[in-house]
Design a protein around this ligand. Structure first.
Ligand SMILES: [Fe+2]
Ligand SMILES: [Fe+2]
Length: 470
């Protein structure tokens, strides 16, 4: 007989390091795929309130995945295999959750089944784990859990508020996904496994893909462009805009920056769609694109908030365009990213933001100045993201640089062809917007002491020829 002391204490099952890292890896895989799915459904959602919430939750989900991934690496140190051999059953569940038929169904499934399944997994982990031995995980999971609970509650309330309600198909869809969660034994994989619900009416849908063209919220009229510099054929739009500019260039800048910001939603859609299209890139790629995409949704929200702040009927007065995304929806992911980088880098290099901030300060518009200041801070990061990841995708050599130029030139030509093909479309005409807007703006303007600022602002910054000459 061997001699021993009694155990110092008893421990719960599934809490040794190997168990913990296996379970946390499953959580990571689920959050990683949920992040990409939220990104894709953000693109596929037109209702504005739901859309911007999906964007924020996508970025938070990226943070959650990152924290879990880091912890798996710590527990397995020095192993670096966290991004190999993703659990196929977790991937299968997430692939199913993406296959919703519309935004309301997707939200019903993602926030009504996936999030509760993740929450249950995190709560069970916290319940059984050793608060001393596994303290770094517990600290992180508690924060993730707080975010997830808030996300589920906020989106639930939002979905009820904007309509859609709890439709019968949503309940059927949730039932299907619940059976999938059971089939994999829960996200942690510790539960008893049921059969996958292949007999369910929702089974057998084709694989989901991110939309190649987008629509804007039904409250707005369809529009391809948002400001006259985009479409050189729209002379009536340009003339209508010049009336606003004639009031004062400060006024024009206030209106311009709000409309521009609001329409940056396409710059959020591009990186989000790339996150879906490219599935095998280094983890830092997704972290950066998640941030890039959410930042652009924030910029869009800045514009919307400013327009609302003036008390305007935004859907009636302001064009909300989809041409920039739709013109390039079918080109390869790297090419969409190349064009976005080209625009952002050009704007930053031209010093446009500084000029705009000075004019907004001269207008004594604290809110718009503040927005532009933070926008500028974000944009500097985005240019670095674009530079880093295009180098990664295309190669850091002469051939890579030539390919970047070729992709960008080709994309600009596709854009120019799109503009030419649609120049006569009613959706491409901006004069009706600015004619409606003019009296609204003119009624609201007020006098302030003239600071004598000589405003040299040419509102043509995204024009290809201007960028070419920089
Ligand atoms: Fe932006
Ligand atoms: Fe940006």
């Amino acid at each position: 007989m061997a001699k021993v002391l009694p155990p110092s204490r008893s421990t719960a099952a599934h809490t040794r390091v190997e168990n913990a890292s296996t379970i946390l890896k499953r959580f990571y895989v689920a959050e990683r795929q949920l992040m990409r799915t939220l990104a894709a459904w953000f693109v596929g959602t037109s209702q504005w309130d739901l859309k911007r919430q999906l964007s924020e939750d996508m970025w938070q989900t990226a943070q959650h995945a990152d924290v879990l991934r880091t912890r798996v690496l710590e527990l397995r140190y020095p192993r670096r295999d966290v991004d190999r051999k993703y659990d196929p059953d977790v991937l299968a569940l997430l692939a199913e959750a993406a296959k919703a038929t519309d935004s309301h169904e997707f939200i019903a499934g993602a926030y009504g089944v996936l999030l509760p399944a993740l929450i249950a997994g995190y709560e069970a982990y916290l319940e059984r784990s050793d608060p001393l031995d596994d303290a770094p995980t517990i600290y992180r999971l508690r924060h993730i859990l707080a975010d997830k609970l808030a996300q589920a509650e906020r989106m639930g309330a939002l979905a009820r508020r904007v309509g859609g309600g709890d439709r019968a198909p949503d309940q059927t869809w949730r039932d299907y996904l619940r059976r999938w969660v059971d089939a994999i034994g829960g996200i942690d994989g510790l539960g008893r496994r049921a059969e996958p619900p292949t007999d369910h009416p929702c089974a057998g849908r084709p694989a989901y893909d991110v939309p190649r063209s987008v629509q804007r919220d039904a409250r707005w009229r369809p529009a391809l462009f948002h400001l006259p510099h985009e479409n050189k054929y729209d002379t009536a739009g340009r003339d209508a805009w010049k009336r606003i500019e004639a009031l004062d260039k400060r006024v024009a800048m206030q209106v311009w920056s709000a409309i521009s910001h609001f329409n940056e939603i396409w710059a959020a859609e591009v990186p989000a769609s790339v996150m879906w299209d490219l599935d095998g890139e280094p983890w830092a790629f997704y972290m950066d694109l998640a941030r890039w995409s959410w930042d652009e949704t924030r910029h869009s929200t800045m514009g919307w908030r400013a327009l609302e702040g003036w008390g305007w009927d935004v859907p009636d007065l302001i064009p909300w365009a989809n041409g920039l995304y739709n013109a390039l929806g079918n080109v390869p992911a790297r090419q969409r990213l190349a064009l976005l980088y080209y625009y952002e880098e050009g704007l930053l290099r031209a010093g446009t933001k500084q000029i705009e901030i000075k004019i907004l300060e001269s207008a004594q518009d604290d809110g718009s100045t503040h927005d532009m200041d933070y926008d500028w801070a974000d944009e500097a990061i985005h240019v670095n993201f674009g530079y880093t990841w295009l180098k990664h995708l295309l190669g850091d050599d002469k051939a890579g640089r030539e390919e970047l130029k070729r992709l960008t030139d080709e994309a600009r030509q596709i854009m120019a062809d799109f503009i030419a093909a649609h120049k006569a479309d009613p959706e491409a005409q901006l004069a009706p917007y600015f004619d409606r807007l003019y009296p609204v703006v003119a009624r609201m303007i007020r006098d302030i002491p003239d600071d004598g600022m000589a405003i040299e602002w040419a509102p043509v910054v995204a024009d290809e020829q201007v960028l070419e000459e920089l």
